[in-house]
Design a protein around this ligand. Structure first.
Ligand code: ZN
Length: 246
């Protein structure tokens, strides 16, 4: 089985389109999305449509929850908060219905999907180092788990015989065999707003037959989404950061 994994999209349609095209060339069997379809970017409704049409197995992100009014935005920075206020009236009733149905944790026979961490999904904590990976892995019942939220990709591998010894693949672009590892925690980075100083859209691909997990990158038309962000009157910083990947 080939699993295509979409990280935080953040309403960036050109980035999402480029990632979907790249994954379609891989003939993926299952599509996954790790939350934060909306927020920051200028085309939330079109991105929800694509995720829905692909039949993605999706969980709830903190920006999705904020737009639904289910998360207090007082801890969001000003730019994130104003993007939430901009996004809310852009969504259709069926967009709201779609977001409202998302769960914090989605468990399938072969993998689990959560936006932040498995040990405190409702707190939206980040997996950014071995410290959080260890805690999340303690609660991981399936061999594979896909997360996002930090917008920085990394793969954490654990053997059951030595659960405190985590093998980390911290690269922005990587292909790793997980043969011999009983637990794989994969932060797939971000489609629509990478923060690892690589502005290309990030995505994940797992081949469960070959036991290979990959983080991949694809170029997209950054200038076109920046123009739309400015046109929409969203904060300028949200356009500028996309060129830098921060
Ligand atoms: Zn995010």
């Amino acid at each position: 089985m080939k699993i295509g994994i979409l990280g935080d999209i953040h309403a960036n349609l050109p980035a999402l389109t480029a990632v979907v095209e790249a994954l379609k060339r891989e003939s993926v069997d299952v599509w996954v999305q790790v939350g934060d379809i909306v927020g920051y970017g200028p085309e939330p409704s079109a991105c929800i449509d694509i995720v829905r049409d692909l039949g993605c197995i999706t969980c709830l992100g903190n920006h999705d929850a904020a737009v639904l009014g289910r998360l207090d935005t007082s801890y969001f920075n000003n730019f994130a908060r104003s993007a939430i206020h901009w996004t809310a009236p852009q969504l259709t009733p069926s967009d709201y219905e779609f977001l409202n149905a998302l769960e914090l944790v989605v468990k399938q026979p072969e993998f689990t999907v959560v936006h932040g961490t498995l040990h405190m999904p409702e707190q939206f904590g980040y997996v950014i180092s071995v410290v959080e990976a260890l805690e999340s892995l303690e609660h991981q019942e399936t061999r594979l788990c896909f997360v996002g939220h930090s917008h920085v990709p990394a793969i954490y591998l654990r053997r059951d015989e030595n659960p405190r010894d985590i093998h980390v693949v911290p690269h922005s672009e990587a292909e790793v065999s997980y043969r011999g590892f009983e637990r794989v925690l994969m932060n797939v980075g971000s489609v629509g707003q990478p923060r690892d100083e690589d502005p290309r859209a990030a995505y994940g691909l797992v081949d469960t037959k070959l036991e290979i997990a990959s983080i991949r990158r694809v170029q997209y038309d950054i200038a076109s989404v920046q123009a739309k962000i400015r046109e929409a009157g969203l904060p300028e910083v949200l356009a500028n950061r996309l060129s830098l990947g921060v």
